[in-house]
Structure formats: structure tokens, C-alpha cells
Design a protein around this ligand. Sequence first.
Ligand code: ATP
Ligand code: MG
Length: 328
Amino acid sequence: MTKFAIDFGTAVTKIYQLGSANGVVLAEATCVTVDKLTGEIKGFGNEAKKVLGKTAETNVIFPVYEGEIVNEELAAELLGYFLGKTGKKRGTEVMFCVPCGCSRESRNKYLRVSGRAGLSKVTFTEVPYLAALGMGVPVSESNPAFSVDIGAGKTSLAAFSLDGIIAGLNMNVGGNNMDVHIIDHIAQTYNLKIGLSTAEKLKNTVGSLIPHDHQSTVVQGRDITTGKPRQVVVYSDDIVRPISGYINTIVEYAELILRKLPEEVSANMCRSGIYLTGGVCEMPGLGDYVAERLQMDAHVADDPQMAAVLGGGRVLGNPALLSKLQMQ
Ligand SMILES: Nc1ncnc2c1ncn2[C@@H]1O[C@H](COP(=O)(O)OP(=O)(O)OP(=O)(O)O)[C@@H](O)[C@H]1O
Ligand SMILES: [Mg+2]
């Protein structure tokens, strides 16, 4: 039987196929384009995301927002498209990687969307476990871990052992907020209007939390006063504030959780450190930045963006672990 772990992320959908040579068989934008007049679907995934901000005829829609399915119809169409690309067979078993504490109402949305996409065997496991397992953390019943997953629309923080979540929370904060803030910042600093795609590219190429990092790139935009196209050179330092503000908030919440933990667990966490995953943790210097603020070790996954779905693959391949971790 085909078994998939699916991370239906705000920005990127990742699919892991158990037993396949590469593990991760799909990573594409969670995005659909729809004709503005007729409502007809025009494109899916990475192809759809390419037209963001470039066409007046189509709406670019992200059916998952801040980690939650917000458009069931398009989510089902998109999921069906992705599964078709992976060569889904009848009787496919799927485990969704969902945010910490995902509500029954949210899971029902997944179930309805899965049903429309032709899936019947569906289970759910929370991201904090999967992210840590995906980066190879030796978490067990007696060895708790603290993981923070910073995605595009959601950050999941949790201290947990294999017996359950000890303390955790979700914040509707992630890379998308940084992109929007970067747009405002470039407008104020350079009197230049840039689009969302440009802001995201800027963050992902020169965004850095290494002190005095001097990466730079040329950014195209529109002069706010004259309306004419213009370009500027933007350095890492220029956009550090719109990024670090969000990371500081995440660190504050991590501290809050650490303070609430029973003393022995907290001592264990301080020894082992914190585990960082999610696409935003690709940013250079992020691990050291967090470690310095928390005054404890911070380990960034080798492949932060894929960690949760890789953990999903591990859990899928271990039925005893799956039955222990899946949400009831
Ligand atoms: N090098 C990089 N530096 C900073 N951010 C990055 C980098 N590469 C990717 N990102 C950001 O990571 C985010 C995507 O990460 P990820 O795939 O973990 O999110 P998601 O799972 O789709 O979202 P969520 O978990 O919030 O539902 C995007 O905001 C993207 O711009
Ligand atoms: Mg995610």
C-alpha cells in the first residue's frame, strides 16, 4: 500500500512517500491560480506561484493560510493535483503533519478535503514531534525535547516527550509577515514599491542574522513619487530589523514556555538545547542569534524546510510510533 506523509504548508506542500528512493517526492507552492472572471482554475503549485503579482486576469490563491485550510474547494483540487503528480494509487494511506494542538474543527476540514481528493485512510501528527524526529533528535518518553518550527504563516513551539506535549503554543507568525514588513521598510527607506515575490526573494537571498553581514542584491521596483521603474542595491543590514523583530517575539514566547516547565524538564532542555526547523531557519545566523538570546544551544536542522515531512516519513515507517503519536 502507498503511504504518504503530507505537510500541507502555508507556502509549500511537501510530500514524503514511504519506501521511495528519495523520500520527499514533492515540494511545491501551496498555490492555485483562478480566472478572475470565470472562476476557472488556471494553474497549480509552482507554476501558479510564478504569476504572483504579474497578471491582472488571474487571482493567485493560497488555500492554506497561517497553517489552516481556508478554501476547502481549492485545497481539494490542489491536493488532488499533487497526489496525481506522485502517482497516487487506490487505497493510499496519508498522514498529515499538522500544527501543535490542531483542533478537531481544523482536522475535519482536512478530512473533507481528503475525501474530495479521493483519500479515505487519513491520520494526523503534530509538527513539533515530527520536526524533531525529522532532524534525528533522540526524543523518547524519558528524554524530552524543545522544538520550534518557523514556517511561512505559523510558528509552532513545544516542549514534549514521546508521552505527549508538556507545554506548547502556535503563533500566527512566520516568513510571510517578514515579507510584508520588508515591503513597508523598502518603501520607507528607498521610496520604492516592491511586490511580495521580490520581498520574499530579498529575504531569502540577503536576509541574515549574522552581525554586520554584507550580502547585497539589486532590487527592482517602482518609485513611489514618480511611478517610474527604478532599482536599488539592498544589503543584509537594511532588512535585518523587519526580520529580527519577529524572531525576537518568537524567542520571548520560547522563554515563556521554558519558564513554565517543571524544573527537571527545564534543566534537561537547557542541557540539550532547542531544535529549530521550518523554512525561515534556512536564514544564515538564525541559530546563533536564537542561542545568544535564549542563553542555550540552538540546533538548526540540516534541511530545516523538510524536517517535519522527513519526520513524518520516519513515523509512517514505524507503526508503533505512529499509533503513539497520532492525534485521537
Ligand atoms: N533562505 C531563507 N531565508 C529565510 N526564509 C526562507 C529561506 N528559504 C525559505 N524561507 C521561507 O520559509 C518559508 C517557508 O517555509 P516552510 O515550507 O517551512 O513553511 P510552510 O510549512 O509552508 O508554512 P507553515 O508551516 O507556516 O504552514 C517561506 O516564508 C520562505 O520564504
Ligand atoms: Mg510548515
